[in-house]
Design a protein around this ligand. Structure first.
Ligand SMILES: Nc1ncnc2c1ncn2[C@@H]1O[C@H](COP(=O)(O)OP(=O)(O)OP(=O)(O)O)[C@@H](O)[C@H]1O
Ligand SMILES: [Mg+2]
Length: 201
């Protein structure tokens, strides 16, 4: 079986800190995997490896069957990532932020605009679409950040502490609309649930 996300013996060290000491996991398509652990447990490190932002020091990881080191380019084309801290451009409006990402991903202008509008509506930001992100509340920024990670219709979505500053409904709505085939999420609020069930958070 090809798992959406799979790892065996994953190790990552930062000097004397062993952030990951042999992590094994597997997530099937159509599921949400929750990585739970206290501060410093290695959740962000694991997600950064799956999203090809960090190289592991040992073990292996595959996303949609592709090795995150040897096939990093393919993996990047399949995944979306919402990091632990919002990464929106404060000086751009909600629409401009999403348009920028759409264009960087190679969408034609018209398509990028339509996708931006659709996602702003989905995350209940239409009323603020023309305002600079710096005027958004913390939760609004987080929603824009989540929307940004979905612009390219990723097959697999990584969410690092997705519920920080966010009410649960926007997140569960986004995952239920059928964009990602699977998601990995970290934080203390989320656990695994099936695509047909309701999230516990
Ligand atoms: N770039 C880095 N350089 C040095 N040490 C790092 C680096 N990134 C992470 N670490 C260390 O690796 C360990 C795991 O960190 P990580 O950020 O993965 O934890 P986390 O589970 O996401 O924590 P939190 O719940 O606080 O977000 C910590 O001890 C951290 O200090
Ligand atoms: Mg973290």
């Amino acid at each position: 079986m090809t798992y959406a996300i799979e790892a065996e013996g994953l190790v990552k060290r930062f000097r004397e800190t062993e952030a990951l000491a042999g992590v094994d996991l597997a997530a099937r398509k159509g599921t949400v995997l929750g990585l739970l652990g206290p501060n410093g447990a290695g959740k962000t490190t694991a997600v950064r490896i799956f999203a090809t932002l960090l190289r592991p020091d040992g073990g292996w990881a595959r996303v949609a069957g592709h090795d995150v080191v040897r096939e990093a380019g393919v993996v990047r084309s399949l995944v979306g990532l919402t990091g632990q801290y919002a990464a929106v451009d404060e000086n751009l409006t909600g629409t401009e932020n999403l348009l920028l990402i759409g264009r960087l991903l190679g969408l034609p202008r018209r398509e990028a605009k339509a996708r931006a509008g659709e996602l702003l509506e989905r995350f209940q930001l239409t009323h603020a679409a023309g305002r600079a992100a710096k005027t958004y509340s913390g939760g609004m920024r987080r929603r824009l950040d989540l929307a940004a990670s979905l612009v390219g219709r990723p097959s697999i979505l990584f969410l690092d502490e997705p519920t920080t500053g966010l009410d649960p409904p926007p997140l569960s709505n986004a995952l239920e609309r059928g964009d990602p085939h699977a998601a990995a999420s970290c934080g203390t609020c989320c656990a695994a649930w099936s695509r047909t069930g309701r999230p516990p958070c």
